[in-house]
Write a protein that binds this ligand. Structure first.
Ligand code: GLC
Length: 433
């Protein structure tokens, strides 16, 4: 038996025993249970009518414009855009609450790539047959992020890869190149910051939520470590993982990262960068267009790949996919709307207007687009080399929570990084068993 098949079989066995199964990359999650499959109504793809589309805050206004265009062309199949919180965790809460009540209120949902396993395993999502939801030409990792036991449950919609935003004006003035390692990043700050009152070196998302998991996983992977190894076993008690977590923790103790960043999610960190408080910021591509519209930083910043411990860093794979509630009416309209949102034209529009990463691979390699969109190549590289987070039915409630709690304890100084990692190792071992 091949190694991959052996791992897959082990995971399926775990799932069958009712334990939590975790996989790395593109293998398995817990098997769908008969009761779950039976409780999900089968889809009537011909039923048309009004639907609600729920997603996080539409910070750029682009999705509002898309929905308005759809509504103009489809008077009998109106889509109501329901904007949820900016916080990915709160978006999940709103969707889970409805799903637990078997409510189909949110017919179409933009679900974070890390929720697919949980939502599908619980029978909250309608399976999306491949003949009706074509994914040809899509990024493989994005398709995998919407797949559960070889079946598509969420249509790849927007991918995500982290970028290092930096103040190009200040680096240029100091004659410094964008850093490719953590030491170079620190050296750039040492050179630039003495003449910049009130500016800190580096920021990211360190509040206790899913963004912290993304940042910590990046730091660990960028130091050559891993949270789970290729066999799906906990692997955070390594010197590499310690180097990764310590880079964040030392950032706070040394002042490289401002103390207030302990409560930052994406939007607070964006505000800090745009108000001139940061030389470097790790964030997702969505903020590129927003910052370009802010006179305080427009034309003064650029993006580079994430730096790592001894060379280029590794992004966490992010993104949102479109799922259809198993409990929704008018699934025919949901199907048409999802496919329309994913046309090449609409993906290109979200990229141009809102710097949201497409899932259609060819868009990254089009010379005309590359010429127009200065960050496109860096973004494509970030996504193509990104590391997915573990797949698990209890990912948010158990796996990611353990990572957040232990990492935050180290950031707060209530545990030293080694103790936090030892504790995390034990918690993850208990979850994978
Ligand atoms: C972005 C990513 C998502 C990630 C979240 C963390 O929205 O696309 O995958 O979980 O940020 O805050």
């Amino acid at each position: 038996m091949s190694h991959a098949r052996a791992v897959r079989r082990a995971l399926i066995t775990l799932a069958a025993a009712g334990a939590l199964a975790i996989s790395v990359g593109c293998t398995a999650g817990p098997a769908p249970s008969a009761s779950v499959t039976a409780s999900a109504p089968s889809a009537n793809w011909d039923e048309l009518g009004p639907i609600v589309y729920a997603q996080g805050k539409d910070t750029s206004g682009t999705v509002k414009a898309q929905v308005a265009e759809w509504n103009k062309a489809n008077p009998n199949e109106q889509v109501e855009l329901r904007e949820l919180s900016e916080s990915t965790d709160e978006q999940r809460d709103a969707m889970v609450e409805r799903a637990k009540n078997k409510s189909g209120e949110f017919a179409v949902m933009a679900i974070d790539v890390v929720w697919t396993t949980e939502f599908a395993a619980n029978g909250w999502l309608q399976e999306l047959p491949s003949d009706r939801f074509p994914t040809g030409g899509y990024l493989k990792a994005a398709v995998d992020s919407g797949t559960y036991f070889d079946k598509l449950y969420a249509m790849p919609s927007t991918s995500d890869g982290a970028l290092l935003y930096y103040r190009k004006d200040l680096l240029d003035k100091a004659g410094v190149q964008p850093p490719t390692t953590w030491a170079e990043l620190q050296a750039a700050c040492d050179k630039v910051l003495p003449s910049q009152d009130g500016m800190s070196c580096y920021g990211g998302q360190f509040d206790k939520y899913e963004g912290l998991t993304s940042n910590v996983a990046e730091a660990i992977n960028s130091a050559g470590g891993s949270i789970l190894n290729a066999q799906g076993q906990a692997s955070v008690n390594s010197p590499e993982a310690l180097a990764g977590l310590s880079w964040i923790v030392d950032g706070f103790t040394s002042g490289r990262i401002p103390a207030e960043a302990k409560t930052w999610q994406e939007e607070q960190s964006r505000a800090a960068f745009q108000s001139g408080k940061l030389l470097f910021l790790r964030n997702w591509p969505y903020m590129y267009e927003l910052a370009e519209k802010d006179d305080r930083v427009a034309g003064r910043f650029a993006v580079a790949p994430l730096p790592g411990k001894d060379g280029p860093g590794v992004s966490t794979l992010g993104g949102q996919n479109l799922g259809i509630s198993a409990f929704a009416r008018n699934k025919g309209t949901a199907l048409k709307f999802v496919n329309w949102m994913q046309t090449k034209e609409q993906q290109q529009r979200r990229l141009a207007d809102a710097s949201l990463a497409p899932v259609l691979e060819e868009l990254y390699d089009e010379p005309a687009l590359q010429a127009k969109i200065p960050y496109l190549k860096t973004l494509g590289d970030s996504i193509r080399t990104a590391q997915p987070r573990p797949k698990a039915a209890r990912y948010s409630t158990d796996v990611s929570r353990a990572i957040q709690e232990e990492a935050h304890a180290a950031i707060d100084g209530t545990k030293d990084p080694q103790t936090a990692l030892n504790d995390l190792q034990l918690r993850l071992e208990a979850l994978v068993k």
